[in-house]
Design a protein around this ligand. Structure first.
Ligand code: DHB
Ligand code: FE
Length: 279
């Protein structure tokens, strides 16, 4: 059966793509952010995943407000990136893993998660930049991928409790996949940020740090909050942290922190990085 080697959660700000393209990772603005990654690179060298299940939210590249699934799973042989208008380079295609995609889809529907299946799917910065951060300069990306989208954009959003259960169902699906593959689960987005309205620029460091700690020790802690609570506590886009919670659910049992980093701000966002492993 397949093995889950661990989980990685990370912020997905488009501006990161500009820093990589301009090779400014060591500039004072960027250094505290990029310095977070070498320990994760060393961990990936050690655990050697073959496949990444990437849990993220699409920002209008693949889905738009007219048709918005709560949860969607990719089932394509390849996933293409496309210009989102951020002025960052478009990245080369990502290889899919059709066998894992369809196994996950079967298992999730069996567990009563009525996901949308996508045999064509464009992937946006929330998918491409985390892979670029974890495997810098590796084109094509050295892991096969299964994209999983969670709606964090158009209300109503799935509750944190629902996301945690969805993550657990993803974890059970991966572990029941008849394969020798090693799978890393990646969650992207957050932490606190708000890009629009009167609270644009809003950051909540105290909540973010508590969330990162509780994700390791007591992930159900965050399910006490409703989506409106999380919007108030973390900003309209900070609510993307439900992708981190989904990823934590997929790790199923107890986990230990391998590495973490937190830095404010990157663009308008409190940037976070968390690497977790089963104990
Ligand atoms: C920013 C953050 C995001 O999560 C995103 O999807 C786009 C932009 C930002 O802080 O600039
Ligand atoms: Fe985002």
């Amino acid at each position: 059966m397949a093995k889950i080697v661990g989980g990685l959660n990370v912020t997905h700000v488009p501006y990161i793509g500009r820093a990589i393209a301009n090779n400014t990772q060591q500039d004072p603005y960027w250094k505290p952010f990029f310095d977070g990654f070498p320990p994760v690179h060393a961990w990936l060298d050690k655990v050697k995943p073959d496949v990444a299940v990437v849990i993220y939210n699409d920002h209008g590249l693949n889905f738009f407000l007219d048709k918005m699934p709560t949860f969607a799973v990719g089932a394509a042989p390849q996933y293409n990136n496309a210009d989102e208008g951020w002025g960052i380079p478009t990245l080369p295609p990502y290889q899919g893993d059709l066998d894992l995609s369809w196994h996950m889809i079967d298992a999730l529907i069996e567990e009563e998660f009525d996901i949308v299946t996508c045999q064509e799917m464009l992937v946006d910065h929330a998918f491409t930049l985390p892979l670029e951060l974890f495997w810098p300069g590796r084109h094509p990306c050295p892991v096969r991928t299964v994209p999983v989208c969670v709606n964090t954009v158009q209300f109503p959003l799935p509750t944190p409790a629902r996301c945690f259960k969805f993550g657990q169902a993803i974890g059970r699906a991966i572990e029941s996949w008849d394969s020798d593959a090693r799978v890393v689960v990646i969650g992207t987005g957050g932490l606190s940020h708000q890009l629009d309205g009167q609270r644009a620029g809003f950051i909540n460091k105290e909540f973010d740090l508590m969330f990162m700690e509780k994700l390791i020790t007591d992930p159900l802690w965050v399910t006490r909050y409703s989506i409106p609570d999380l919007v108030e506590l973390t900003g309209t886009q900070g609510v993307e942290l439900i992708n981190w919670l989904t990823t934590r659910g997929a790790l199923l049992g107890e986990v230990a922190k391998v590495h973490a980093n937190y830095h404010v701000p990157i663009s308008n966002t409190a940037s976070g990085l968390l690497c977790m492993e089963a104990v």
